[in-house]
Design a binder for this molecule. Structure first.
Ligand code: GLN
Length: 185
């Protein structure tokens, strides 16, 4: 079973897309809910808010252990990172720093076909999207770029995407890919 962290953000959208991919998603509202999930999705939303709520509901210590595989999309990418340039609560599970809202005002939101390494092309929706700013170790693999910007990375059990795959028609393909690359590798 795949869990979707359900404290803030695009939770329902992931649950819908999981269904399209043939999976039953589970809303994760408290730490105990993690018991029977094989992986967790941290959805898009507002990373500072999700971080604070993760601390409040005791997710922080449990997830920081690094035992639960995580797919982070958009704000989820921010939360997996080690730094954003501002003081905010992060899981610090991936050796990356990110730049939040990297596409500025003019292109705050757009949809684009992105080539994902080993998966092929999927459409991604970028909404006030972050990008990977710095890669801090050789353990991080770049899996997607938008022009010269890094918009997808993986490291061990963790995968982070700048965009929302759950909001495009074909983005649900990402779940099988994540399970193959990060969970049952
Ligand atoms: N810019 C937001 C953040 O840093 C992320 C936006 C999103 O998830 N759509 O939290």
């Amino acid at each position: 079973m795949i869990g979707v962290l359900a404290i803030q953000g695009a939770v329902e959208e992931h649950l819908e897309a999981l269904k399209r991919a043939g999976y039953e998603g589970k809303r994760i509202k408290r730490v105990e809910d993690l018991k029977d999930v094989e992986a967790l999705i941290i959805p898009g939303g507002e990373s500072t808010t999700i971080g604070k709520l993760m601390k409040k509901y005791n997710f922080l210590d449990v997830l920081k252990k690094g035992t639960v595989p995580i797919l982070g999309t958009c704000a989820g990418m921010v939360l997996l990172s080690k730094g954003t340039g501002i003081n905010q609560i992060l899981l610090e599970l991936m050796d990356i720093t990110v730049k939040r809202n990297a596409y500025g005002r003019q292109r705050e939101s757009f949809e684009k076909e992105i080539e994902v390494k080993g998966l092929g092309k999927i459409n991604g929706v970028f909404i006030r999207a972050p990008i990977v700013d710095k890669i801090l170790s050789d353990d991080v693999e770049v899996i997607a770029k938008n022009d010269d910007k890094i918009v997808g990375v993986k490291q061990d059990k963790f995968m982070a995407l700048s965009f929302h795959p759950e909001l495009s028609e074909d983005g649900y393909k990402i779940y099988d890919y994540f399970l193959k690359e990060c969970v049952y590798k």
